[in-house]
Write a protein that binds this ligand. Structure first.
Ligand code: CAA
Length: 283
């Protein structure tokens, strides 16, 4: 199959980044969300990123306009009828994702592949709500999408080999490096990353060191680009908690228990950078 049109469902931080790299790769893209202001915010983020690249001399103004012209705003999931490939990037909630996949399965033509950008939910379970489980796959991009090279590609139990191959090729066309992973809670990225972030939060909770000190240790001592608490704030503390819950429940192993301080911050609405406060305060 020759993919020409991609729909990205969810115009948040991840969805807008995915739409940007898809349009940059020359695909026609629908950027879909439930309300027009959400789509407009996503488009504004893309325009801002591209303008920054023009200012840096990495992109011409003509190319920027051509990329933007390839993206169509959508608030109607029925537009997916024109898509060869759909990438869902909505909130990490199985009920919400299941409802979207079930509708997409009805709307899309039989050849359309349905991918999820889920960071930890089982692809096999998402696929099970459709009548095309062999055409459902995980395609996990990293934040910020335009910068990070990795795409974890997750095969569900029934994902067809040719669907895997096509998704791998598509990732490369988008300038990414695909890595194959099997369908287990948290896949590889979040199975390794989240317990580290959670442990850093335990260090704050137990008074081992301040957030600033913990971040300095990991940046200067381990060469991480961001300290774990800065990164947790950047990802969103609600997302971190959600992924820890998925690991804890999925493996039934106490080593994945979320730190009580993480729960407390999320209950307080301290969600990190997006809410203005997490381990740090943002203007
Ligand atoms: N969108 C687009 N581009 C961005 C960006 C954003 N949000 N943030 C930074 N950039 C670009 C900058 O424009 C700059 O581009 P050029 O090289 O062309 O000039 C480049 O990235 C570097 O940016 P900066 O110089 O401003 O800052 P930096 O060197 O500190 O890099 C960073 C910023 C890339 C975010 C870096 O701090 C980093 O790699 N942090 C770790 C990110 C990470 O771990 N991501 C994975 C999170 S986990 C996840 O996503 C999975 C999950 O399921 C939770």
């Amino acid at each position: 199959m020759n993919v020409q049109t991609i729909m990205v469902v969810g115009a948040g931080q991840m969805g807008s980044g995915i739409a940007q790299v898809a349009a940059q790769a020359g695909f026609r893209v629908y950027l879909n969300d439930v309300q027009q202001p959400f789509v407009e915010r996503g488009l504004a983020t893309i325009a801002k990123n591209l303008t920054r690249n023009v200012e840096k001399g990495k992109l011409s103004e003509d190319d920027k306009q051509a990329i933007l012209s390839r993206i169509t705003a959508s608030t109607d999931l029925a537009d997916a009828a024109e898509a060869d490939f759909v990438i869902e990037a909505v909130t990490e909630n199985m009920a919400v994702k299941s409802a979207i996949f079930s509708r997409l399965d009805e709307i899309c033509p039989p050849h359309t592949i349905l991918a999820s950008n889920t960071s930890s939910l089982p692809i096999t379970e998402i696929a099970a709500v459709t009548k095309r489980p062999e055409k459902v796959i995980g395609m996990h991009f990293m934040n910020p999408v335009p910068v990070m090279k990795l795409v974890e590609i997750i095969r569900g139990l029934q994902t067809a080999d040719e669907v895997y191959q096509l998704t791998e090729d598509l990732s490369k066309q988008m300038g990414k490096v695909p890595v194959s992973v099997n369908d287990f809670p948290g896949f590889v990225s979040n199975r390794v990353l989240m317990p580290m972030l959670n442990e850093a939060i335990y260090c704050v909770y137990e008074g081992v060191a301040t957030p600033e000190a913990i971040d300095e240790v990991m940046k200067l001592g381990m060469n991480h680009p961001m300290g774990p608490l800065q990164l947790a704030d950047f990802i969103g503390l609600d997302t971190c908690l959600y992924i820890m819950e998925v690991l804890y429940e999925g493996f039934g192993d106490s080593k994945y228990r979320p730190c009580p301080l993480l729960r407390k911050y999320v209950k307080a609405g301290w969600l990190g950078k997006k809410s203005g406060r997490g381990f740090y305060v943002y203007n």
